[in-house]
Design a protein around this ligand. Structure first.
Ligand code: UDP
Length: 239
């Protein structure tokens, strides 16, 4: 009998900006946003509380600006603004699917989003609203992976689900090295020691120190978010 009870009560889903790209080289593909929103809704309908940290890499990454000669902090603020645009697009897509949402932005931007207030966010989740976090932690020199770990801890999510374009954590990049092997689970420290570039080290360390599990899975396989939430063996568990 398939398990129909969710394995988690509250999750934090980390969506990279790239997840909104679809087949486009840049920006937001609205059909892709719609399909992700449908999957998130299906998962939410299981009764699980869903918070999302959205990235910005489909529009701008601070590091690209820095490489082109920009000041790092200024470039990172541009990256943060990119995440806000993605947050607006995702909120729109989710609301079109009929779910209630709240956009929480780490930079004050009153006309668009609320500030982060831990108790208020938890209340939104309890009231069955999907929470979208944008602008990472609101400071340059960080990534939205680290912000996902921080917010997950603050709102007491039981797990971080990190959506990627590969099936999990591999011994080497499976898109480059065809002989690479997938781990079904791997310890935090091994991810760091082996230099596996699945999430930045600050994020992994934060999760390690606070024993917050991370599941890396492939967003391109329809139904995967739901499967992970139902506790099925999908992707790689970092513990
Ligand atoms: N960023 C930042 N502080 C944060 C989170 C993000 O400065 O707390 C900036 C940084 O420039 C980063 C960009 O926002 O490159 C987009 O975030 P990220 O690269 O994490 O997005 P993703 O790879 O998930 O699409």
């Amino acid at each position: 009998m398939p398990q129909i009870k969710p394995a988690y009560k509250r999750i934090l889903l980390k969506l990279s900006g790239e997840s909104l790209l679809g087949d486009a080289p840049y920006g937001i593909d609205l059909d892709t946003a719609k399909s992700i929103a449908q999957e998130i809704k299906e998962t939410h309908d299981l009764g699980v509380q869903v918070a999302i940290m959205i990235g910005g890499g489909n529009i701008f990454r601070g590091i690209n600006g820095t490489e082109a000669g920009m000041d790092r902090a200024s470039a990172d603020y541009m990256g943060l603004l990119a995440t806000i645009m993605n947050g607006i697009a995702l909120q729109d897509a989710l609301e079109k699917e009929g779910v209630f949402t709240r956009h929480i932005c780490a930079i004050e931007i009153k006309a668009i989003a609320e500030p982060f207030i831990k108790r208020r966010v938890i209340r939104h989740l309890e009231k069955r609203r999907i929470v979208i976090f944008s602008a990472g932690i609101g400071s340059p020199y960080f990534t939205t992976d680290t912000a996902a770990a921080l917010r997950a801890l603050e709102i007491k999510a039981q797990v971080i689900l990190k959506a990627t374009k590969v099936d999990g954590v591999y011994t080497a990049d499976p898109l480059v090295d065809k002989t690479s092997r997938k781990f079904s689970s791997i310890k935090y420290l091994d991810v760091i020691k082996k230099g596996l570039k699945i999430m930045d080290t600050t994020a992994i360390s934060l999760c390690k120190d606070n024993e917050l599990p991370i599941i890396i899975f492939n967003l391109k396989r329809r139904g995967n978010i739901k499967k992970v939430v139902l506790g099925q063996k999908v992707g790689t568990r970092i513990y």
